[in-house]
Design a protein around this ligand. Structure first.
Ligand code: AMP
Ligand code: MN
Ligand code: ZN
Length: 850
């Protein structure tokens, strides 16, 4: 929280923390501090030294393990850890956040604790944002940029970044209200479809391993789902079918091989002589917006040894965000590329960006790496991230403005970081800001390397560490936000509200509506309907459209436009009954699951054990037996809830559906939600296209399995028959042949052995076949597919499939132990006031049971 303020005050972070010595003046801001500045200075000093100290702790891995072997160190860690947790807990409580971080009884895992910290940071930052807005006189009725401007969900580390000191004046000054949407000019349409991101690469310069055929096959690539003249859901589905065989290539990192085999160049090992930057005023800054200039620049870059790169991005008026600018600095020149203009041509830079002999210097490249892939299909091989270098040096603060102050004595101004970078022509001051972002970076890179060398006593291990972390960043793959039926629960869990079933249903509908609209209109979800407004509507369930408008101030344009549709959603949600769930029954079943899993896992005959479950009669091998029976029981939990609420399809039921569907179609998760694109009626209406296709899918896979089984059986019978014929022939030959008695004996022995083998083969075969019959009987029902009848399934998915095994193991453990899924179900089921049932957590029950 302190860091953003420091951005404004520049150097104020270090040193004179204790020098305030304010005495006993009457007008003290707070005890011991003359004014706010003194307080902030002191606070910053403390934060910086704490950060430094934290950075100085032994690294995880060998170093830490070594220290841990000393009891003194262990005690120290325990005491300090306790203090820290207590302190954090107090802070969280103070801000009204969930704060059981220090509560050992809760058995909260590291992950959950981390979530708590992130959550609390969000809360605190939001409060700060609101206060800053209020202090600078911004009301919530600003028409264009709502207060609490939300960064897109992909910028997950925003709270940890330097840009919190957003000056609201900057927005007023530079947010032009009527910017033409740059998307309209893009040569390639933006792909907002609900399918995973596929790399935009068709040529691969500097390849050691050639690009896979999927990317070089133009026809395949051009068949994009959004170009098909069918409804989006169908397009996505067809796309899935077509691209199945290229799955691995499509989702792999195009430069994985090159990055895996990259070695750090020798020149990085030696301590460099820092090469001072050219004064900013004397450096030419070329604005590049033609292909010709871009080609020239690329050629220049390929001749260089290193260059610095930065990007500016816009994420408010686009679903996936748009990279608006790329800044590049060599030792002599600066360049600013208009990436809105050259978006489709940027890929040519891969020649220099993936050249392993050229170092690309970035500062905090996490997002940049993703944006380069997402918008241009550009990858980076051989990168040096100055942010990571600063971290390894344990500088306390790792922001670019801090490094510029430290090494170049430049007071940078991060004022324009969140400006609207789509503006064209760019105002002088924004251009100057953009230029300064990379201008000094190569010099900073030199200085950091020199310091890293010194810090490692002339060795290169620290530099190697930074280089290696930077390489890991380059391996990062852009992941597109995918809408699933569970997406809304993620957001719901992050809020600290408890919704009843009607509120939750409204929230789910609004969330789906927002996602669909954001994709089709190519707007951010925050532009369509900010989170806090969506929560408010769901919470209040306004009876009239006017009530919905009242929840949104300022009313987002698309909310106003589609107010009737939103009104219908709320009406629909209000019709959902508030039914009670038989919790006792669920608890009993959970206990049953635990008992059964114990007896199955630890029982004496677990491999040949036949499940005793009275819910079904299945015969499986040991581990799948355990998994399937417990899974089945779990599904029955869901189903038992379903019985109680037969009219409305609850989220729990949908979950059961999707579990079942994932058996038949492993790509289910990539398909759009039924709620969003496919009307349920269409799916079950035999006259609809969707029905036909989804059935064809099911039938195809069933038929495939049948065919395979038949083919195998035929092959075996054929082999058997041949063996028999051969034996017969041998025998007859042996009779005809004039041979010695000894030979005859030997020969007849051989035949006998063969016969025996044939006989035992046949016996085994019979056994196998019997087994198979048992399985196929259940596995490939000739009748219609019945989604919920688990006893009819052979759960082939488990047999010999390690990943599935682990998936379900994980699934199970998370249900039994971490309860996130269980609490999810609980929330889904909330047919009584959720605040009443929250204390009863599945985790508590199962832990006790264990
Ligand atoms: P920078 O690397 O600092 O130039 O930032 C690059 C881009 O990241 C900016 O154009 C913004 O789109 C985005 N960005 C930077 N800081 C933040 C922040 N604190 N919150 C949200 N977005 C940010
Ligand atoms: Mn950047
Ligand atoms: Zn920048």
């Amino acid at each position: 929280m302190a860091a953003p303020v420091s951005g404004e005050s520049g150097s104020g972070a270090r040193g004179d923390s204790g020098s305030g010595a304010p005495g006993a003046e009457s007008g003290e801001f707070c005890p011991g501090f003359r004014d706010v500045d003194a307080f902030v200075k002191h606070g910053l000093g403390t934060v910086v030294s704490a950060t430094k100290a934290a950075g100085g702790l032994p690294q995880p891995g060998d170093e830490f393990d070594f220290y841990r072997s000393f009891p003194g160190f262990q005690d120290f860690c325990a005491v300090q850890g306790e203090r820290l947790l207590h302190c954090m807990s107090q802070l969280m409580k103070h801000h009204g956040c969930r704060s059981h971080i220090n509560d050992k009884n809760k058995l909260t895992g590291l992950e959950e604790r981390f979530d708590l910290v992130v959550e609390s940071n969000d809360v605190i930052l939001e409060k700060v944002g609101i206060m800053l807005d209020e202090a600078s006189g911004v009301t919530r009725s600003q028409p264009v940029m709502p207060a609490g401007y939300q960064p897109p969900k992909i910028v997950v580390s925003s709270w940890n970044r330097k840009g919190g000191n957003r000056s609201t004046e900057t927005f007023h000054l530079l947010h032009a209200k009527n910017i033409q949407r740059p998307q309209l000019k893009f040569k390639d349409k933006v792909d907002n479809s609900n399918t995973p991101f596929i790399p935009k690469i068709s040529v691969k310069p500097n390849a050691v391993k050639p690009l896979s055929s999927y990317f070089t096959n133009k026809q395949l690539r051009n068949e994009r789902p959004e170009d098909l003249d069918v409804p989006p859901a169908l397009a996505d589905f067809i796309h899935q079918l077509r691209t199945q065989e290229h799955m691995d290539d499509m989702f792999s990192h195009p430069y994985q091989h090159e990055l895996d085999h990259l070695v750090m160049s020798e020149s990085l090992r030696i301590k460099p002589e820092p090469q001072i930057y050219k004064p900013l005023e004397e450096t030419s800054c070329k604005f590049i917006d033609t292909l010709e200039d871009l080609v020239d620049l690329n050629e220049k870059l390929t001749r260089s040894k290193e260059f610095a790169v930065d990007l500016e991005h816009h994420s408010y008026r686009s679903f996936l965000g748009i990279t608006c600018l790329m800044q590049i600095s060599t030792r002599e020149e600066d360049f600013i590329i208009d990436t809105l203009e050259l978006r489709s041509e940027m890929y040519i830079l891969n020649e220099s960006f993936t050249d392993p002999s050229i170092v690309k210097v970035f500062h905090g490249a996490d997002s940049d790496i993703e944006w380069l892939q997402k918008d241009f299909g550009v990858y980076v091989v051989n990168m040096f991230d100055t942010h990571h270098a600063a971290r390894s040096l344990n500088l306390g603060r790792n922001s670019l403005d801090h490094l510029l102050k430290l090494y170049c004595n430049v007071d940078s101004n991060k004022r324009y970081q969140l400006a609207d970078w789509r503006i064209r022509p760019l105002p002088e001051e924004m251009l100057a800001y953009a230029q300064a972002d990379t201008h000094y970076l190569l010099y900073v890179y030199d200085r950091l390397r020199a310091d890293l060398c010194d810090a490692a006593n002339g060795q290169s291990n620290l530099i190697h560490l930074v280089w290696s972390k930077s390489k890991d960043l380059c391996l990062k793959k852009y992941v597109k936000p995918i809408f699933t039926e569970e997406s809304y629960m993620e957001l719901y869990r992050r809020q600290k509200k408890s919704f009843n079933s009607q509120q939750l249903a409204a929230f789910r509908l609004l969330y789906a509506w927002r996602d669909k609209l954001a994709r089709s209109e190519d707007e951010s979800t925050g532009y369509i309907l900010p989170n806090h407004m969506m929560m408010k509507i769901a919470e209040e369930l306004p009876k009239e459209p006017q009530g919905i408008i009242a929840c949104c101030n300022p009313t987002p344009p698309l909310v106003r436009q589609q107010i009737n549709e939103l009104h219908q959603f709320i009406k629909q949600a209000r019709e959902i009954p508030l039914l009670k769930v038989n919790w006792l029954r669920i608890i009993l079943i959970i206990i049953f699951v635990v008992l059964q899993s114990e007896s199955t896992l630890f029982g004496p005959h677990d491999t040949s054990h036949v499940s005793e479950s009275d819910l079904m009669e299945l015969s499986f091998t040991g581990r799948s037996n355990f998994l399937t029976s417990t899974l089945t029981v779990l599904c029955n939990i869901i189903l038992s809830v379903e019985e109680m609420d037969s009219g409305h399809l609850t989220v729990a039921q949908q979950k059961a559906h999707s579990i079942m569907e994932s058996f038949e179609n492993p790509f289910r998760m990539y398909l759009p939600s039924k709620d969003i694109h496919i009307s349920k009626n269409a799916k079950y209406d035999p006259s609809s296209k969707i029905y036909e296709i989804s059935n064809r899918w099911k039938l195809q896979s069933i038929e495939q399995q049948k065919k395979e089984a038949q083919a195998k059986q035929q092959a075996k019978q054929h082999a058997k028959e041949q063996e028999r014929q051969k034996a017969k022939k041998n025998y007859q030959e042996s009779l005809q042949d004039v041979s010695t008695v000894r030979q005859q004996i030997v020969e007849s022995k051989q035949v006998g052995q063969k016969r025996e083998r044939v006989a035992s083969d046949a016996g085994e075969e019979n056994l196998k076949q019997n087994k198979k019959i048992m399985k196929t009987d259940k596995g490939t029902p000739s009748s219609e597919f019945t989604p919920f009848d688990y006893s009819q399934s052979d759960f082939k998915v488990f047999a010999g499939c390690e990943s599935c095994f682990f998936f379900f193991f994980f699934f199970l453990t998370s249900v039994l132990a971490h309860s996130s899924w269980a609490s999810g179900i609980q929330a889904h089921l909330c047919t009584q006031d959720i605040s009443e049932v929250v204390p009863c957590r599945y985790s508590d029950i199962s832990y006790k049971k264990y």
